[in-house]
Structure formats: C-alpha cells, structure tokens
Design a protein around this ligand. Structure first.
Ligand code: FES
Length: 280
C-alpha cells in the first residue's frame, strides 16, 4: 500500500513526466516568470562577452598573419604545426603537416582549446543561457517546447569534454614552453624580460588554473575512490583542485581575456605598432 513517503509510480512521477514535455512540472501560472529583478542582465552580458571573443578569435584565426614577433608567438597559433607557418626561431620544428591548403595553421590547433572551452560545464551554462535561452535564467521559463538534455546529437558530443581536457593539458605544456622562451630578447639571447614576458606569465598561470579547475580534472584526480583515507596524495590533490574549482567561472573568463590579450599584444608587435618595452 502506498504511503506518503513512497515515490509515485513511474508513470505519474512528475520528475519523469517533465522530460520531453515542457510545462508538465511547472506551476500553473500565466506569466513566464515572477522575477522582478534585472535577470536578463547576466545572460545578455555573457552573450555579449562570448560574441566579442568569437568575433575577435575568428578574425585572428583566419588572418594567418602577424602571429609571431620574436620572441613571442601568439597562443592562437601555438604549436604551429603546418609547413606554411612563418619561420620562427622558436625551438623545435613543429611543422608536422603539409601546406594545409594555404589555410591558417591556427585552424589546426584551435580545435582543441576551443573544443575544451565549448564543452566546459561553465561555458555550457553560459551559452545555453546567453544564446539559446535554455533557460535564460533561474525561475524563468524557456521558450522551447521540449527538453532532451544532452542525450542526442549534437549535444551528446558535450560528453567528449574529458578527452578535450587531455588535449588541453598538452596544449598547456606547449604554451608553458612558449612562455619560458619569452625570457629571451629579439636576438634569442637568454636572460631578458619584456612587458610581453609578464603578459605571457599571467596568461599561462590563468590557463593552468582554469585547466586544473576543470570538473573533469577533479573527477580524474578524486573520483571513483571508495576510501580517501587509502589515497592521501589523491585526497590532497583533490582538495586543491576543489578549491580552484570553486573559482572555475572567474578563471574561465580571466583566461579567455588573457589569451586574447596575449594574441593582441603579439599582433601589435608584429605589425610594428610599437616595440616591446624591455625590463632587462
Ligand atoms: Fe570547465 Fe572542464 S568543466 S573546463
């Protein structure tokens, strides 16, 4: 006999009934929401910020020029893997691919960091709200008539996030290498530092903080364990990653801005807008 504490039969469970049919679990109120604050501000700001980055990065990725000014290489073009990369005295020769049909070598590499960000849990929330209004904000009904979550193509591809995380770690290693190489001058002599070096240092710090604060990273380090007490090292690492994870949204934005700033700085140097001020 059913009691008040037992769940209803699956056919009448409102949580299940809500999948695929909008409104099955919503209160019967006529307005789309009862919020009186400026709830639209956050999704509108998010959409504007992401759109600005998409426009800027698309322009830079397709421009195929002005991405190297010794000793700096733009993070959008690193590692530069195509034969049509501009000559760089930048360590090992990365030219693994042919002419890439004259297309920008950035397109070869950007798929990995962009895939990482596109499938990031925070960015999903940001662009689902900002661009698709799904939902636009808490307690505001979405305009779509059905909800299938991330169970169907193309959104099921969001589950590739963990693999993009591994790729992002490799890209992070290369960008770290690039940052070390900025401790040279234009003639590639070591022991120098310019304003660009500072910019690259901040950027690589933010890139790693964002990458390591990833939810997938947190699960890789501390997930699937029965007893933390038997894995003290992983427990300690999990704690650190967890603290970073609390700032994941801020790190997502800060690293997005810093990577664009580094690219823009290299662009200005490469186009001769000014010379890199040397600190020593
Ligand atoms: Fe944001 Fe993994 S969840 S990078």
């Amino acid at each position: 006999m059913a009691t008040g504490t037992q769940p209803p039969a699956s056919g009448t469970d409102p949580r299940r009934a809500g999948h695929g049919v909008r409104g099955a679990t919503r209160a019967a109120i006529a307005p789309r929401h009862l919020r009186t604050d400026r709830w639209w501000l956050a999704p509108a700001g998010t959409a504007a910020g992401l759109l600005a980055f998409v426009v800027y990065s698309t322009w830079r990725a397709f421009s195929n020029s002005d991405y190297y000014a010794a000793p700096y290489v733009s993070p959008f073009y690193s590692p530069c893997l195509a034969e049509n990369c501009v000559p760089m005295r930048h360590g090992p020769n990365w030219e693994l691919f042919g002419g890439w049909w004259g297309l920008s070598p950035a397109l070869l590499i950007l798929v990995f960091p962009l895939g990482f960000r596109l499938t990031c849990y925070y960015y999903r929330k940001a662009y689902y709200r900002g661009f698709w209004a799904s939902p636009p904000a808490c307690a505001v009904a979405e305009p779509h008539t059905s909800y299938t979550g991330e169970t169907r193509f193309p959104l099921v591809l969001q589950n590739l996030h963990r693999y993009f995380f591994y790729a992002a770690v490799l890209v992070g290693v290369v960008l770290t290498y690039d940052t070390v190489l900025t401790f040279r001058d234009e003639q590639y002599a070591w022991g120098h530092m310019g304003v660009g070096t500072l910019l690259f240092l901040v950027n690589i710090g933010l890139i790693w903080a964002y990458t390591l604060s990833c939810h997938s990273c947190r699960h890789i380090i501390g997930g699937r364990l029965r007893h933390f007490s038997k894995h003290p090292v992983r427990y300690r690492l999990w704690g650190w990653v967890g603290r970073l994870n609390q700032r994941h949204m801020q790190l997502a934005w800060a690293s997005l801005i810093s990577v664009a700033a580094c690219d823009f700085y290299v662009y200005l140097l490469a186009t001769g807008a000014f010379a890199d001020p040397r600190l020593f």
